[in-house]
Design a protein around this ligand. Sequence first.
Ligand code: PMP
Length: 308
Amino acid sequence: MEQTITEKIWHNGEFIDWDQATIHVMSHVVHYASAMFEGIRCYETTNGPAVFRLDDHLLRLLHSCQIYRSLPAYSLDDLRQACLELVRVNKLNSCYLRPIVFRGYGTFGVNPLLNPIETYIICWKWGQYLGPEALEQGVDACVSSWARISPNTLPAMAKVSANYMNSQLIKMEAILNGYTEGIALDASGNVSEGSGENLFLVLNNTVYTPPIAASILPGITRDTVVKLCDLLGLTVKKQDIPREMLYIADEVFFTGTAAELTPIRSIDKIQIGQGRRGPIAKRLQEEFFAITSGRKEAPGDWLTFVAT
Ligand code: PMP
């Protein structure tokens, strides 16, 4: 996983140099995790770089900000233009985009309302999140001893920094025990999601994924995969998934902007299916990458071309 530094970062309507994008240690976000953000991929296509489901990501960002009473001064249109301009300015063919809205430097204390709302957009080259072979070979996962954040504590539908402390506990435990990723259960003990990915499983040719109320982030890749399943004539059920269903599934896979569609070959050392990418995951990957590369027309307005 390499991270390439890019030339420019967008900050409150202006492009600044990478090295200038620093904040004060007394900024509210540093102490109280008051940041709402997105992760978006821009793919290389035959018609130049194109951002995948840009408006859907930006809408989710604004929803996260709305939940935390921290709407930025920029509209979805402004943010869309800023993202496209940023990719152009940095002359990238493909990249990962990270818009982030946070409470900056103002009055110290928990109350965020006394602190300015800062908006940044960063982009850089980012390869395969779960390792170079993950998309084909699959990864080894475990069920975490940490549960996913639960209702009435932190809202899971918001993509905010604080939620990723829970994700970090899940991820560290998994890595230190020799797994690539951890799967969290929700407060009731049903399957929720990975530390940074949604989860799907296939059993008897039916595709299952946990519902929104299972404390998941409503993933845009999850939504994409559900729509692709519909197009391929596969039945998808958004329903509670008991933990043991993972172990007897024919296929299990993660979905996410960074992870794309990553098969899981074992969970808690129990082999899933044939212990490698299954046929449905493969079929969905083919559809997904055909669309993101512009080789196949998307069912919706999924690609926003960066153009010049
Ligand atoms: N769940 C969590 C906790 C995540 O961090 C992500 C990545 N944003 C996802 C699910 C997948 O969401 P998306 O497909 O929109 O990237």
